[in-house]
Design a protein around this ligand. Structure first.
Ligand code: DQA
Length: 148
């Protein structure tokens, strides 16, 4: 059975590659999508990668994951730190939820130290650049295999 994983990205992540490269690196969002797609194929996972700058659209996608029992790898971007609406939607998920960040928010400004999503997450991977997503894919693959 091929597992499907939803990978959701919050605001400004479509600007990867040009956005503050000293923090987020030089890899573009399109390169991230290509890297994630190829890693997923190697793991035998089917991925659906989406990005939105809109809180409501992301909440709709989380509802979809809740309704279909789909595992989620989620970089909520700035919503991480304050969106209770997104946290509430994450609370409805039944399959594993992995929170990922390109940077290590815990090593940055004070307002980034708190995540409202972490209490709902199975685990958090942060600080490895875009490799955080590849590590999350490997982690989710191991979780799904352990459950099979
Ligand atoms: C981020 C970290 C957040 O604090 C920030 O608001 C982002 C990106 C990351 O991937 O490092 O937009 O989630």
């Amino acid at each position: 059975m091929v597992h499907r994983v939803l990978i959701l990205n919050g605001p400004n992540l479509n600007r990867l590659g040009t956005r503050e490269p000293e923090i987020y690196g030089n890899v573009s969002y399109l390169d991230l999508v290509a890297g994630v797609t190829s890693e997923a194929a190697g793991l035998g996972l089917e991925v659906d990668i989406r990005q939105s700058n809109s809180e409501g659209e992301i909440i709709g996608w989380l509802h979809e994951a809740a309704d279909t029992g789909t595992p989620v790898i989620f970089n909520p971007a700035a919503f991480t730190h304050y969106s209770y609406a997104i946290a509430d939607a994450c609370a409805m998920l039944t399959a594993p939820l992995l929170e990922v960040h390109v940077s290590n928010p815990g090593a940055r400004e004070q307002f980034r130290h708190h995540s409202v999503v972490t209490p709902m997450a199975t685990g958090v991977i942060a600080g490895f650049g875009v490799d955080s997503y590849l590590l999350a894919l490997n982690a989710i693959s191991r979780l799904l295999l352990a459950k099979a």
